[in-house]
Design a protein around this ligand. Structure first.
Ligand SMILES: O=c1ccc(O)c[nH]1
Length: 346
């Protein structure tokens, strides 16, 4: 259902204040032709009410003729900023950027953050953003999980469906997402509530089973049959099964980039307000489905780029695959048991 502009302005004001936006700060709303107008308009009002110096920067859409999907997460990392030094300079000079076009996994995003700019991605349907307003409790839960993931050396994931996966940890920083860009140089995505990390290069081993009902993004599909992935030395080396396996393989092959098969961030969802069922109730193109990435107790694994972690893999093919009913442990200590969060306490 839609939400009203006044309600969304109130929500934006709360979120911008939680992102420590102050009067006089330079806040730029980055837009493109497919930005959600209600997100842009209500954010602009709220930021102005706070007294921020508000700019709107509109960039042309990109990759339309290259991508197989209009979903922003279907082809990542290549943006109009690549050839636009004026726009890049504007964003680097901003204290806060509200990204309504999705720079995620672009080298330019990393350059902007490096200078201390805060960046909040806002591309989900407004009612989803309102339903999952960032909270201090959610932030505390994610930071508690970050502490556990930071000190961990090994992640193991198992499931009754047959998943038996492990990787070493330590090479890359922990990815925390709690929906607020509230520290200098921090990126986040409203709505979010999950923790993840890129495994040490070459250390992912084992089997991951995508069982019936597990979610495959950016396909926005529930798996209708099992897919068995063989993981060796950090890469997906075999994709076995029926239709879903063929579909997944065909999509990844279409990028003609071996790096598409690299394992990327692995972690677990911490959002009790997110729902596994949401994906089935929405038009696939209506958003990224952060419900799927963040529902409490999922094991979210991904493939492809690692630029967000400071790596050099900037392949545009990025799959996010949240699994249900997995048991994820860090150095033998259970974080989730059969899809239920046990650490940190919910
Ligand atoms: O918010 C996001 C969205 C996609 C992703 O891979 C990570 N975080």
């Amino acid at each position: 259902m839609a939400i009203s502009d006044p309600d969304f302005v109130i929500a934006w004001k709360q979120v911008l204040e939680m992102c420590k936006v102050k009067a006089g700060e330079q806040l730029t709303i980055l837009t493109s032709d497919d930005s959600n107008p209600q997100i842009v308009a209500t954010c602009r009002i709220a930021a102005t009410q706070i007294g921020a110096v508000v700019s709107l920067l509109n960039l042309p859409p990109m990759n339309g003729e290259k991508a197989l999907s209009r979903d922003k997460s279907g082809y990542v990392g290549k943006t109009a900023l690549a050839f636009n030094s004026a726009a890049l300079a504007c964003l680097k000079a901003s204290d806060m950027v509200i990204d309504t076009m999705q720079l995620l996994f672009s080298p330019e995003q990393e350059q902007i953050l490096k200078g201390g700019t805060r960046m909040l991605l806002a591309v989900e349907p407004p009612e989803v953003m309102l339903r999952m307003m960032p909270t201090m409790e959610g932030k505390a839960r994610v930071l508690a999980a970050e502490k556990l993931l930071k000190k961990a050396k090994v992640m193991t994931v198992t499931s009754k469906a047959g998943t038996d996966f492990r990787c070493a940890l330590g090479q890359y920083p922990v990815l925390t997402q709690y929906g607020l860009a509230d520290e200098k140089g921090r990126w986040d995505h409203w709505p979010s509530c999950f923790v993840a990390r890129w495994p040490d290069e070459g250390t992912c081993e084992g089997t991951i089973v995508i069982d019936e009902g597990d979610i495959m993004l950016p396909f926005k599909m529930y798996a209708r049959d099992r897919v068995v992935l063989t993981i060796e030395k950090g890469f997906v080396t075999k994709i076995e099964g029926g239709f879903m396996a063929d579909y997944m393989k065909e999509f990844m092959d279409s990028f003609d980039a071996p790096e598409a098969y690299a394992m990327a961030h692995v972690g677990w969802g911490l959002e009790p307000r997110a729902s596994w069922t949401q994906l089935g109730l929405y038009d696939p193109e209506s958003g990224l489905s952060m419900d799927s990435r963040t529902f409490a107790g999922n094991f979210l694994f991904s493939t492809g780029p690692n630029t967000e972690a400071g790596g050099t893999r900037d392949v545009p093919c990025h799959l996010d695959i949240p699994l249900r009913k997995c048991s994820l442990s860090l150095d033998g200590e259970a974080m989730t048991i059969e899809g239920k969060v046990v650490q940190p306490p919910m």
